[in-house]
Design a protein around this ligand. Structure first.
Ligand code: PLP
Length: 399
């Protein structure tokens, strides 16, 4: 009998083995170079082997890697201060992942109402197409049948309404509702942007019903949309926000940010983590912010966004048989092809440019935020070649 592969079969992996990375490039064991517009799914915000991050992690590694949260960790205080100074938030809790940041956000919202004398308010409204992680609570929040199937009863307390459906949302709010939870742009859902006016309506509904507004900025945060956080495009501030991915630039790091009031139920002993906020993670998180908060960095992201938007719009004009729609905000871009998205991904991979599949038959382009104009144009040229190949095979099919 053949020996079973030693890894869980949960991922269907591309047959690519990358040995190292340099900026926006990934290099395979055999020396082939790929333009990385996947960036670890919006994680490698500063590309690969960024010298400032390499320096920060090396310097910290020589001092102390891990300390329990039983002690004060100055790097945490520094990162929390910088994140709260730059956002709506007053407080931060550090985690190792996006799902854990969401778990903290969900617990924070429930404890808020509990501590105000309303333990019955624990339900959270979410939106179809959402993705909030793979823990039991976050698959319940995301509500996608394919992720819930076979894992026993769905965690209680999540009500889902169609994306953008205000009437359904109003109808589902009851005296048990604690919060609304939404991504400013649905990433895995297919790059679907929440219109600013809808976000304002959500804020108004929260204020009217005494609910908390929780934003999942795990994918949209830390410069991805051209602002430090996606909510800044909307004129609305949340009460609680989950952050991860880009904040660690590749090191496992997340954060739950909240106003002092929203976090008021999270008293000593109510929540915890072994690794969250350890000195190595904090050194990297602070180094990421050194770069992202530097003058001109977000201007750079917005400038590059224009190059991508113009280039992709022109490809859509020239290849209407291949590209149905271009979507996105900042460097969270989506191409919806006319054919199954796997075919576009494959054609791009043949041109040595990486993207990420999403829902709604969309391919996400999530280049590192440090991508230069020249690299953006190189990527567009490669996507153009992929479109030429797909267009030719479309024509061959219809001939
Ligand atoms: N929320 C959003 C919007 C995400 O995109 C993701 C990951 O893709 C998560 C939450 C979960 O993050 P993690 O995989 O780090 O647990």
């Amino acid at each position: 009998m053949a020996e079973a592969a030693p890894l869980f079969d949960t991922f269907s992996r591309a047959p690519l083995r990358f040995e190292r990375g340099e900026g926006v490039w990934l290099i395979t064991e055999t020396g082939e170079r790929y333009l990385d517009f996947a960036a670890g799914v919006a994680v490698n915000s500063l590309g690969h082997a960024h010298p400032h991050l390499v320096e920060a992690i090396k310097a910290q590694a020589e001092k102390v890697w891990h300390l329990s949260n039983l002690y004060e960790i100055p790097g945490q205080e520094k990162l929390a201060k910088r994140l709260t100074d730059a956002t709506f938030a007053d407080k931060a809790f550090f985690t190792n992942s996006g799902a854990e940041a969401l778990e903290c956000a969900i617990k924070t919202a429930r404890r808020y109402h509990y501590s105000k004398g309303h333990p019955e308010k624990f339900r959270i409204v979410t939106f179809e197409g959402a993705f909030h992680g793979r823990t039991l609570a976050t698959i319940a929040a995301g509500g996608q049948a394919k992720y819930l199937e076979g894992f026993g009863p769905k965690v209680e307390g999540f009500d889902q309404v169609p994306f953008g459906d205000l009437e359904a949302l109003k109808a589902v709010i009851t005296s048990e509702t604690a919060a609304l939870l939404i991504e400013p742009v649905q990433g895995e859902g297919g790059i679907r942007i929440v219109p600013p006016e809808f976000m304002r309506t959500l804020r108004d509904l929260c204020d009217e019903h005494g609910l908390l507004l929780i934003l999942d900025e795990v994918q949209t945060g830390v410069g991805r949309t051209g602002k430090l956080f996606g909510y800044e495009w909307t004129g609305v501030t949340p009460d609680i926000m989950a952050v991860a991915k880009g904040i660690g630039g590749g090191f496992p790091l997340g954060a739950c940010l909240a106003t002092a009031d929203a976090a008021s139920g999270m008293t000593a002993g109510t929540h915890g983590t072994t690794y969250g906020g350890n000195p190595l993670a904090m050194a990297v998180g602070n180094a990421v912010l050194d770069v992202v908060l530097a003058d001109g960095f977000l201007d750079h992201v917005r400038d590059i966004t224009l190059i991508f938007r113009q280039g992709l719009a022109s490809l859509q004009d020239r290849f209407p048989d291949v590209i149905e729609e271009i979507r996105g905000e900042g460097l969270l871009l989506g191409i919806k092809p006319k054919m199954p998205s796997a075919e576009l991904l494959q054609a791009m991979r043949a041109e040595h440019v990486l993207g990420v599949p999403a829902g709604d038959n969309v391919i996400r382009l999530l280049p590192p935020l440090v991508v230069t104009a020249e690299e953006a144009r190189e990527g567009l040229r490669r996507i153009e070649n992929a479109a030429i190949a797909l267009s030719a095979s479309q024509q061959a099919k219809s001939a």
